[in-house]
Design a protein around this ligand. Structure first.
Ligand code: SAM
Ligand code: SF4
Length: 344
C-alpha cells in the first residue's frame, strides 16, 4: 500500500447526479423524468432527497488525521490525496496541508476538488505544500454542467484550472465521469480542451457508488468505446508506464500538448495492482471503494492506543484487503456509503 486517500468531509456544495443527487428525479435521470435541458422549470414535480451529514464531533480533527497519516507513512504510504465530499468546504484546509507536508516520507501530496471554492484558497494551499490538484469537470457546456452537478459552477472550475497551473501545481488534472446520454456527446470536446489547455484529462467509467443506487451497466461507456471515439478524432500516442498501480491508461496527442487517461474500474478492473487505502472523514479505513466493511480507527485515536498500536491495527486491516471488486457479478452489493462519503 503506497497511496492513502483521506476524505476530510462528507459534505458537498455540488449535487452531482452520479454521486449526491439533489432529487429523486435527478437520481433517476436516465428514466427521462429529469431533463432540465428540455424543460428548465420542472420544479413542482421534483422530490428532494433529504441528507444527514455527520456532526462535527464525528469527524476526525486535523490532529487525528495527521496522526493516522504519520503512522501510515511509517508503514510505507508515500502518496496522500485529500478529498471528500468537497474538501475545500472544511475550514482551514491549508493548515492541514502544512501539517501533512511536514511529515517526512510523503512524496506526493494532492487534492481532488470540484474547484468551486478553489480560487480564494489556491495560493495558501500551494504555500502550505500541496503539490498537485485534480479538478472534476464533466461538461464544458454551462447548462449541461448544471444539469450534472446541480450547480452553476462551470466558470469557477474553468477559472481554477489556469490558476492552478500558474501557481505551479503540476500536473494539473481534470476528471470527468462519462455517462451515456448525459455527457458522452462531449467526449471529443473534453479531449480537445485537454490539448488546448495542455493538461491531463481523465475519463472515468461510472461506478455503482451513487447515493441514488441508480447505477446501470448500460449507462457506463466502456473504456474501449471512449478510446475508439477519441482515436477516430485525434492522433493519440500511448504512454508506457512502469507504474503497475497506475489506474489510468494514458495517451498523449501527436503535437505533445496535453494528455488523456481512461480509468476503467468497471470494464477493465485493475484490482490486482491496487495499492490504495481510504480513510473516511469519520475515521474509518476502507480497503476498497466497494468494501462492505469498514474499520473504525476512532476508538484507538480517542482512547489510549499508542502509535505502535495504531500501526499494528493498520497492518492487520491491510492484510484483510479484498482481492477484487465484484461489479457486474451476480450478488454484487453496492456499498452503503456513496463516493462522497468514501472519498474518491
Ligand atoms: N468533490 C470533489 C470532486 O468532485 O472532485 C472530490 C470528491 S469526488 C467523490 C472525487 C471524484 O469521484 C470526482 O472526480 C468524481 O467525479 C468521482 N465520482 C463520484 N461519484 C462517482 C461515480 N459514481 N462513479 C465514478 N466516479 C465518481
Ligand atoms: Fe460533490 Fe464531488 Fe460528489 Fe460532485 S462528485 S457531489 S462535487 S463529492
Amino acid at each position: 500500500m503506497r497511496d492513502l486517500r483521506v476524505s476530510i468531509t462528507d459534505r458537498c456544495n455540488f449535487r452531482c447526479l452520479y454521486c449526491l443527487p439533489e432529487t429523486e428525479e435527478a437520481a433517476n435521470f436516465y428514466r427521462g423524468k429529469f431533463d432540465p435541458l428540455k424543460n428548465p422549470h420542472p420544479q413542482p414535480a421534483l422530490t428532494p432527497i433529504v441528507r444527514e451529514w455527520k456532526p462535527k464531533s464525528a469527524l476526525l480533527t486535523y490532529e487525528e488525521i495527521e496522526r493516522v497519516v504519520r503512522v501510515a507513512v511509517g508503514l510505507g504510504i508515500e502518496k496522500v490525496r485529500l478529498t471528500g465530499g468537497e474538501p475545500l468546504l472544511r475550514r482551514g484546509v491549508p493548515e492541514l496541508v502544512a501539517r501533512l507536508a511536514a511529515i517526512a516520507g510523503i512524496r506526493d501530496l494532492a487534492m481532488t476538488t470540484n474547484g468551486f471554492q478553489f480560487g480564494p484558497q489556491a495560493a495558501a494551499l500551494r504555500t502550505a505544500g500541496l503539490k498537485r490538484v485534480s479538478f472534476s469537470c464533466d461538461s464544458l457546456d454551462a447548462t449541461n454542467f448544471k444539469r450534472i452537478t446541480g450547480r452553476d459552477g462551470l466558470s469557477a472550475v474553468l477559472a481554477a484550472i489556469p490558476q492552478a497551473k500558474a501557481l505551479g501545481f503540476a500536473p494539473v488534472k481534470v476528471n470527468a465521469v462519462v455517462i451515456r446520454g448525459l455527457n458522452d456527446h462531449e467526449l471529443e470536446a473534453l479531449a480537445e480542451f485537454a490539448r488546448a489547455q495542455d493538461i491531463s484529462f481523465r475519463f472515468i467509467e461510472f461506478m455503482p457508488l451513487d447515493s441514488g443506487h441508480a447505477w446501470l451497466r448500460d449507462l457506463v461507456i466502456p473504456s474501449r468505446e471512449i478510446l475508439a471515439r477519441l482515436q477516430a478524432r485525434f492522433d493519440l500516442r500511448p504512454v508506457v508506464s512502469e507504474n503497475k498501480s497506475e489506474t489510468a491508461k494514458r495517451w498523449t496527442f501527436a503535437d505533445g500538448r496535453g494528455e488523456i487517461g481512461i480509468i476503467a474500474p468497471v470494464t477493465e478492473a485493475f484490482c490486482g495492482h491496487c495499492n490504495r487505502l481510504r480513510l473516511t472523514a469519520d475515521g474509518k479505513i476502507r480497503t476498497c471503494l466497494f468494501s462492505l466493511h469498514e474499520h473504525d480507527l476512532k476508538p484507538l485515536l480517542r482512547g489510549t492506543a499508542s502509535d505502535a498500536d495504531l500501526a499494528a491495527r493498520l497492518r492487520e486491516i491491510v492484510l484483510g484487503k479484498e482481492d477484487r471488486h465484484h461489479i457486474g457479478e451476480a450478488g454484487f452489493q453496492q456499498p452503503e456509503r456513496t463516493m462522497s462519503c468514501i472519498g474518491g
